[in-house]
Design a protein around this ligand. Structure first.
Ligand SMILES: Cc1cc2nc3c(=O)[nH]c(=O)nc-3n(C[C@H](O)[C@H](O)[C@H](O)COP(=O)(O)OP(=O)(O)OC[C@H]3O[C@@H](n4cnc5c(N)ncnc54)[C@H](O)[C@@H]3O)c2cc1C
Length: 505
């Protein structure tokens, strides 16, 4: 017999080399290890088909006009679009059936977002950021609150009065410093939630909150004590209309104009205990975390592992939109006596852009599958829950939910999903999500820049569409942690992993 042969011992020895890398590979390599489920693939295809139909009927006819409208009128909000997306059920499409959603497989959300972002990243973010709010709520496993808020979202869908959720983290004086618990104690924090009998009193403000002016619920991250924030994290659910809460101005920004970025103001806003999503006392040291701060970091890692990959999907969409626009242009435009597409240098640029899109998509999907195996959505992929979500109708969950002791159920789900969630998994997932975010958003900028360059003055024209991809893609390198911060997070969790001499932040 010819060819290489490995003894069992050799195989084990080679696989044991570089244990840090193995940890990562074993946690990921998700595409290879994911159960080959026809149902999952079918749902992903369905999600893509819905997004394409939505693009054709809703997004394409309006996106350029909305972009111009916001440039002209600071107060313009794209309510018509939000209402249409609500009518189509897009704000509950990826919500599990037990919370009133359509129960569409979470993995399908990434290609769904990419499709819409390939036409307009701003409008894709209007939908995507609602799921950022939902992911934050979900990460608390506070089942009672999840039930109440998602009931509201569903009601909004039925009545035609959209009910969206935001995540409010960034403050006027603290952005990056609120993305990592190790930076909290050095941050200039302005928003405090003082514990009082029956709830919290919140004072302060948040800025650049996507969808703020078109949402009804806001997942507010703040601190019980500004002098020791890393030990006193609180996540509160704020409903429009609560006394002491109001929306302030919205930003004039360069791109993603369709997705409003809002100021949220809190002046002695009383938030009752029932709207405490999670607080530091819910994050006990132990279960492989040495302190409350370590646990708080774990919760952040848990959330961003799914959402930063989502930003990667927006970016792949932008990269693809830019590529497709340039390709169509090159097929029609004549340069130096022949079609642009027949110049070898143009072919080389288009090939590079095509490569970028496909590499980006592969990272996003690997991240999405890895998340389903190890992250926030893991529970939905455990066999019993997977089939329940697929086959049990939502009315059944509505019927049985009043019979469930939500406090006990919350404790149990937190125990299995949060407290027992291995620290190692959270860190590796977080490092990988940063890799995805950085890699794809850089690709978004590279492709939109190349498309602009290839198209010359036509690339600068608003009606042709290429310049908008560039303006939209740039913002992706900033939100959900700047790419600098994400590179450091990648280093911390993957490159410098388990190296005793390494210090980060
Ligand atoms: C379009 C848009 C939508 C947004 N939507 C939301 C939202 O929905 N919810 C929300 O909470 N926030 C949102 N943000 C805010 C976003 O998360 C912050 O912009 C981001 O965290 C960076 O904070 P900053 O802009 O204040 O930068 P700063 O923290 O002021 O940083 C300034 C510069 O210093 C660098 N820097 C700072 N600290 C470090 C460090 N330790 N190591 C290395 N470099 C560092 C940064 O990379 C950056 O280049 C949005 C932002 C944009 C642009």
């Amino acid at each position: 017999m010819s060819g290489i042969r490995l003894t069992r011992k050799e195989r084990a020895r080679y696989l044991a080399q570089d244990p840090r890398l193995n940890e990562v590979i074993n946690s990921l390599m998700a595409l290879r290890r994911f159960p080959k489920s026809k149902a999952i693939n079918k749902q992903i295809d369905t999600a893509v088909a819905i997004a394409r139909k939505f693009n054709e009927e809703v997004v394409e006819p309006v996106y350029k006009q909305i972009d111009l409208e916001v440039s002209r009128d600071d107060n313009y909000l794209c309510w018509d679009f939000v209402k249409k997306a609500n009518e189509w059920g897009l704000f509950t499409l990826f919500v599990p059936k037990m919370f009133g959603g359509a129960g569409m497989n979470m993995i399908g959300m990434y290609p769904f977002i990419e499709e819409i972002a390939s036409v307009c990243t701003g409008l894709s973010n209007v939908i995507g950021v609602h799921y950022l709010g939902f992911a934050t709520l979900g990460s608390s496993w506070n089942l009672k609150l999840m039930n109440e808020i998602m009931k509201d979202v569903k009601k909004g869908e039925k009545t035609g009065d959209p009910c969206l959720i935001t995540l409010a983290n960034t403050e006027p004086e603290a952005g990056t410093d609120l993305e990592e618990v190790m930076l909290f104690d050095r941050a200039k924090i302005g928003t405090e939630a003082r514990k009082v009998k029956g709830g919290y009193i919140v004072n302060g403000s948040k800025v650049f909150i996507s969808n703020g002016h078109v949402s009804k619920w806001h997942m507010l991250s703040c601190f019980g004590d500004k002098t020791k924030p890393s030990e006193t994290s609180v996540m509160l659910a704020i409903r429009n209309g609560m006394k002491g809460f109001r929306l302030g101005h919205h930003e004039k920004k360069m791109g993603q104009k369709a997705c409003v970025a809002s100021e949220l103001i809190f002046e002695d806003c009383f938030v009752p205990d029932k709207y405490v999503c999670m607080q530091w006392t819910d994050l006990p040291a132990g279960f492989s975390r040495k302190s409350v701060a370590e646990f708080a970091q774990h919760v952040i890692d848990y959330i961003v592992s799914s959402t930063r990959a989502g930003v990667g999907a927006f970016a792949v969409g932008a990269a693809r939109g830019a590529y497709e626009t340039a390709l169509e242009y090159a097929r029609k435009k004549t340069v130096n006596g022949k079609l642009l597409i027949n110049h070898q240098w143009a072919q080389s640029m288009l090939a590079e852009m095509y490569k970028n899109v496909n590499m980006g998509r592969a990272i996003v999907m690997e991240s999405a599958y890895a998340n389903a195996l190890h992250g926030l959505a893991k529970m939905l992929f455990l066999r019993p829950f997977y089939y329940m979500n697929l086959y049990l109708p939502s009315w059944y969950f509505r019927m049985i939910s009043p019979m469930i002791n939500m406090k006990v159920a919350t404790l149990l789900t937190r125990f299995f999903n949060l407290y027992l969630y291995p620290k190692k998994s959270a860190e590796i997932q977080s490092g990988w999500a940063s890799l995805t975010k950085v890699g794809c958003t850089d690709i978004g900028i590279i492709n939109s820049q190349m498309a602009l360059q290839l198209m010359g003055i036509d690339g600068c024209r608003h009606d042709i569409g290429s310049e908008k991809y560039y303006r939209d893609a740039k913002l992706l390198q900033i939100y959900e942690g700047t790419n600098q911060l994400n590179r450091i997070n990648l280093f911390k969790n993957l490159v410098g992993r388990n190296m005793k001499e390494v210090e980060v932040f």
